[in-house]
Write a protein that binds this ligand. Sequence first.
Ligand SMILES: Cc1ncc(COP(=O)(O)O)c(C=O)c1O
Length: 369
Amino acid sequence: MTTGTDTDLPLFTAYPGLKNLPYRALATLPTPVARLAHLGAMLELDSLYIKRDDQSGTVYGGNKVRKLEFLLGRALAEGAKAVLTFGAAGSNHALATAIYAADAGLRCHAMLVPQHNAHSVRRNLLRGHVAGAHLHACAGRPGVVVHVAQVFKDEFLHHGKLPSVFPPGGSSPVGTIGFVNAAFELKQQIEAGELPEPDLIYVASGTMGTCVGLTLGLRAAGLNTKVQAIAVTKAPYTSAEKAPKLFAATNALLREADPDFPQLDFPEDRFTLRQGFMGEDYALYTEAGCEAVRRIRESDEVKLEGTYTGKTLGALIADGPSLRGQNILFWNTYNSPDFSGTIAGVDYHDLPEGFHRYFEEPVQALDAP
Ligand SMILES: Cc1ncc(COP(=O)(O)O)c(C=O)c1O
């Protein structure tokens, strides 16, 4: 599963002092860029590209792998034996953490809160279980507190150490560094002629590590690209106030590791948080999001989903006419490697009882398998 070495990250090449940051190579990098010729033709966009972070891992891809390289690197450097993280029941972040923590020999506890039902929730729960994660069905925030207290106690009593805690979505300053590197990676691909410098990047915002890390990295790499962050969660996970704070904290962490890394102001003019595409709620699919999922599957054989990437592409499609003549990059943050074989035959009754309802109740109306 491990590919690459700590020396070949573009961010480390640009700022060698950053090699002091704890890091565990997990991802298959660089992720490819490709032209979305068919969707571009339909939208009359001559220069529409996709960044294939869905291919960031052979076992499990998506945007979380880049963050986990730094989060797990730090946890291992601190001698952790277990990690604890948070998410909704179908969280891609919790699943990625489960898979890559197990690969690193760490126990994983995932504190999972209720969400709207979907086939992807079922699949992710089963895959997390197969990865050996301890999946905790928490009834909202009070439930999380109870489960966290219990896990802290058990881990300390039985293993003499508290788990390393990763925030929802892995969007601490440490995790966000993964997307600072992603911007430097993009710059190399631009310099190699694989795509023109984008005027705009469309990317989903769940907990903001991806869009803020990119914004910081683009600035540091000297690119003029602007970020359109499509909010698919509510505050406090996504908010206009959070972006500059996470930007500054990540910038400070990088400068601590390498004082040559520049001190940067949050570029208000290069970051736009777009509300209005989430629909009624997080993880509740929208007509426009599902239509976007269908369109790109049929036009360019790219697999998206309804919670993050469909809503983001829906925003791009809605903006279409105003984007003509510009270089546009859609950042695909969803996993594409198929793991249906890994979960075939797994009985949901083996999961904690609190999750059984996802398999017994219907999925939401707009969901397709
Ligand atoms: C598929 C997918 N896209 C986008 C995101 C959002 O990324 P971030 O939490 O860094 O904003 C997530 C996770 O939250 C995700 O699972």
